[in-house]
Design a protein around this ligand. Structure first.
Ligand SMILES: Cc1cc2nc3c(=O)[nH]c(=O)nc-3n(C[C@H](O)[C@H](O)[C@H](O)COP(=O)(O)OP(=O)(O)OC[C@H]3O[C@@H](n4cnc5c(N)ncnc54)[C@H](O)[C@@H]3O)c2cc1C
Length: 444
């Protein structure tokens, strides 16, 4: 009766990571993507520490050049050293289209069926199965996951509750050739914020926010002339003669779905939460959603899941999303706020000088501080052992473990496929109920 076990709407980075994770967990998956070809648009350029660990744990960088890293991060433009224990601390510069290419190759290699040029226009959840309809065909599946981005069609079709606020402030951006302006790293000026970074190829990315400027209703990117005029008003410099290679505007609209699950439909990535890309959190947050959901949904559709397992996706990821959105809003206030926020910035700059505050912010930026209710922290050095995307039992002696790989270690440690520890004890292996809760009933 079913065409596939899971249909994923959207082959952006989140949909592709999810598709690969579902395949690792043994689920059949069809991905429907409206674009004929992957986008080459310049979008997110930063992968944070936890995202790099995740990609490492599945061997995604094998054979590829490791990207450049930098330990100099920032919170609302206030410098924060991101050095922390772990295998991949810091910022990793990877253009989003490279991340997508890596994920697409990996997911396809695992057998994900990615169908391009297929725009989903209808979704029907019968309670027993769910159908996704495009102009060409209907795909019937046990579950649908909406990874269709910030303007999610699936979210609209379902009328899902998506509270938050609309735009209050806007940042204009452009990559420009042929201009000579001094480099500016989050320079706060009397009339606004200016950023300029010249690349090795001579192209300069400029970003500008003007205090008090209204946010226009846009249907496309701004004209370069509009950006050049705002730049002039804020910095006094004329960049009008430059050649724009890319122009973009983003605002601080912030919304989050009340529920990440609606019947047989789940949401991940920008479809579940909309946020400005401040601090480079947006893409990373979405990838972590997919990494949390994939193995759980695969266990569900292959009949291995404990009845409560899939529900832990919303329970675990919604609070993380809410906290990240709140942190992004704090950064937006401190970055775009007028002179009135200066005392708070001065205090925060002073606080960052204290090691505990620095480490706290560095962990939050890197996604390394995530703790789910009743679940332990991530295993930071687990790359090889988690490659198969299975649970993992580390212990001093071999015991039958119901198909979970058991590797020798000093302590008994049970690890979920997403690297989080759910049992750690120096002398006792995890009891049956703990194994069953995360990995289902034992098989003979
Ligand atoms: C111009 C721009 C600049 C950005 N800059 C930054 C940045 O500097 N830093 C940062 O962290 N983040 C940035 N972001 C955000 C970042 O790109 C997103 O957070 C990230 O792409 C989210 O991934 P996703 O897979 O959830 O959604 P998306 O990447 O949006 O992918 C959704 C996919 O679903 C497809 N789709 C949509 N509707 C349908 C449908 N009905 N049927 C089938 N397919 C459909 C789309 O074509 C797309 O391929 C930027 C985004 C944009 C648009």
């Amino acid at each position: 009766m079913l065409d596939t076990q899971v249909v994923v709407v959207g082959a952006g980075p989140v949909g592709l990571l999810l598709a690969g994770e579902l395949r690792l967990g043994g689920a059949d998956v069809v991905v429907l993507e409206r674009l004929e070809e992957p986008t080459t648009e310049s979008r997110a350029s930063t992968l944070h520490a936890r995202t790099m660990e995740i990609l490492d744990s599945r061997g995604l960088w094998d054979g590829a050049d490791s990207p450049a890293s930098d330990s100099r991060g920032h919170f609302a433009g206030i410098p924060v050293d991101l050095t922390l224990p772990g295998s991949r601390p810091g910022l990793w510069k990877v253009p989003q289209f490279d991340t997508e290419r890596l994920l697409a190759r990996w997911a396809a290699g695992l057998g994900a069926d990615v169908r391009r040029g297929q725009e989903v226009r209808a979704v029907t959840d019968t309670g027993a199965y769910v159908e996704a309809g495009t102009d060409d065909h209907v795909v019937r599946a046990a579950w649908l996951v909406a990874c269709d981005g910030e303007d999610s069609t699936v979210r609209r079709l379902l009328g899902a509750d998506f509270p938050g606020h609309d735009a209050r402030r806007e940042l204009l951006r452009a990559d420009v050739a042929g201009i000579e302006v001094p480099d500016r790293r989050f320079e706060r000026l009397p009339d606004g914020l200016a950023v300029a970074a010249r690349r090795a190829d001579g192209v300069t990315r400029v970003m500008v926010h003007e205090h008090g400027a209204p946010v226009p209703a846009r249907t496309g990117p701004p004209a370069y002339d509009e950006i050049a005029r705002a730049w002039k008003r804020v910095t006094g410099e004329d960049v009008g003669d430059g050649t724009p290679l890319w122009v973009n505007a983003f605002d601080d609209t912030t919304r989050q779905l009340t529920h990440y699950q609606h019947g047989r439909v789940l949401f991940a990535g920008d479809a579940a939460h909309r946020q400005p890309p401040i601090g480079g959190q947006a893409l990373n947050l979405g990838l972590h959603d997919a990494f949390n959901l994939g193995w759980k949904l695969a266990a569900e559709v292959t009949g291995r899941a404990h009845p409560g397992l899939l529900g832990t996706y919303h329970a675990e990821r919604h609070p993380v999303g809410a906290r990240t959105l709140s942190t992004i809003e704090a950064q937006a206030l401190l970055l775009f706020g007028g002179p009135g926020v200066e005392p708070v910035r001065a205090l925060l700059t002073e606080l960052v000088g204290h090691e505990t505050v620095r480490a706290h912010l560095a962990a939050a930026i890197g996604g390394l501080d995530v703790h789910y209710d009743g679940v332990g922290a991530r295993l930071p050095h687990s790359t090889e052992l988690l490659r198969a995307g299975r649970g993992l039992l580390l212990g001093p002696t071999a015991i039958p473990s119901g198909g979970i790989p058991c590797a020798p270690a000093e302590h008994w440690t049970l690890v979920r496929p997403d690297g989080h520890v759910v049992w750690a004890d120096p002398s006792d292996p995890p009891p049956q109920e703990v194994l069953a809760r995360w990995f289902g009933p034992p098989t003979t």
